[in-house]
Design a protein around this ligand. Structure first.
Ligand code: COA
Length: 201
């Protein structure tokens, strides 16, 4: 019998987006899905800026240097959500945060990726970034809550991630939010060993 959820959305309300959240010191932030009209270059810049902190630690995540073409390919494989600020006027919106959600179908090629990601009840997220000038204000938690809600809406039981094992502060950040260590994994595109973590929803 499959472990896949049989009754998604039964007990969790559908995600209502776009959603505007008021953040102290920041004002209204809009959470929504990435749109075809959004700039992939701007999204890539945001990833580079946010992951520069890990680069300074000697950890070269793919998101720290990937090209816009790679960002486009990666976002096409799942659901990309963004946090948007409006600078002065509504037409001047700016993407200040992002997170990428992937359903369990990711593991369709059993020979690739971490074993944990191949389980039918495990979804995952990646490309999780907040503009460095706006970090520590709660945007990251908002984005994380959003994909937890998305996973619950789909009836999925486990939300997993891959992070640099050596970024101990970040690992602590996830542990504090209910993620547990699963297994080390080497993606072959980074210069470090990753730690696969997962949270039971
Ligand atoms: C991880 C990240 C998205 C979090 O976004 P954020 O907006 O700063 O997070 P929030 O303000 O919502 O979170 C606040 C809490 O997380 C902590 N925190 C945030 N980023 C952290 C980090 N990189 N390491 C350790 N703790 C972190 C804050 O100290 C705060 O903790 P507290 O609630 O115990 O006081 C952001 O730091 C980032 O873009 N990092 C660089 C890219 C990256 O490493 N992405 C994840 C790869 S797996």
């Amino acid at each position: 019998m499959s472990n896949a959820p049989s009754n998604p959305s039964a007990s969790h309300p559908p995600l209502q987006l776009p959603k505007v959240v008021n953040i102290p010191d920041l004002g209204p932030v809009t959470l929504r899905r990435l749109r075809p009209t959004d700039s992939i270059e701007a999204l890539t810049d945001l990833l580079h800026k946010a992951y520069a902190k890990q680069v300074r630690m000697g950890l070269h995540a793919l998101a720290s240097h990937q090209s816009p073409a790679v960002t486009r390919r990666r976002v096409s494989k799942g659901e990309c959500f963004v946090a948007v600020l409006f600078d002065d006027e509504p037409s001047k919106e700016r993407i200040v945060g992002t997170i990428m959600f992937q359903e369990p179908s990711w593991g369709s090629t059993p020979s690739s990726g971490p074993r944990w990601f191949h389980r039918p009840d495990v979804c995952n997220f990646s490309q999780f970034a907040v503009d460095p000038s706006l970090q520590g204000k709660g945007l990251g938690i908002l984005l994380l809550d959003l994909i937890e809600a998305r996973a619950r809406e789909l009836g999925l039981r486990e939300l997993a991630l891959s992070t640099a094992e050596l970024d101990t502060q970040l690992v602590a950040f996830y542990r504090k939010r209910g993620f547990r260590d699963i297994e080390p994994f080497d993606w072959g595109v980074t210069n470090y060993t990753s730690l696969i973590m997962s949270k039971t929803l």
